[in-house]
Design a protein around this ligand. Sequence first.
Ligand code: PTJ
Length: 252
Amino acid sequence: MSEIPPSHPRFHSLMMRERLVEGLHAGLCTETGLIAHGRGEALDYLLGERTHPFAVHAIEAASAAITLANHPMLSVNGNVASLAAAEMAELAKEFPRIGIEVNLFHGSSERSRKIADRLRSFGAPTVLEAAGPDSMVLATIQHNRKYMHPDGIGKADVVLVALEDGDRCQALVESGRRVIAIDLNPLSRTAKLAHFSIVDELTRCVPRLHVQLRADRTLPSEVLKQRLHGYDNCRILSQAEQVLRQGNVASK
Ligand code: PTJ
């Protein structure tokens, strides 16, 4: 790993790159994952690398949806594992009713196993792998993302996907599941199709979601339902797009 002094103005961003490169060398993510990260970085730069109120509102709604769900699941791919395996595992450790499932675009059973092992090494209690002999499939998808573990996303009513492609998000929505997306691009098909789109950087918003879940755990379900009732994802996306188009953040 390169030596990056914490005083460097771009410390956090550079550390994220280091995590991804380490993830690549450890067999967690792919070379194309690095390219996908570059797109996210550019968008985050325009957002001023901070969590905006539109993302906070989406996180609050996502937390309500997860808290009210019967079988909530987090979907983890190579980039998510490289960037935020510890954060995802911490969340699942405190909330064991929230399962984790490894689902990959570039299919590889070896990579899937390494990602599952990484999550378990951080203490995640339930980690399933989507592709396997008993897998269920989302019929409208042609590629590797179609697989679902029958005890995981196969029976989930709420699924959180991060850094996801539009086909799978669409298929999950069409299957009747509620979908939460983490995606820095408010114009992506994923962000547009999901029920709750968190336009924020993954490693910033997962700890926030964790804190929100803790706060929501003891709230009456009527309060959470009311929060969902007042939520408008189209408005959230247009607010995010407006900030991006202004792009008037101070340069760093
Ligand atoms: O590990 P695999 O095989 O499942 O592949 C994972 C990748 C990420 C390569 C695959 O899902 C992919 O190609 O994704 P896309 O279609 O490039 O979509 C990724 C989306 O996530 C884009 O809209 C990016 O702007 C966004 N993004 C990238 N990095 C981050 C991000 N959003 C939030 N936080 C990030 N750190």
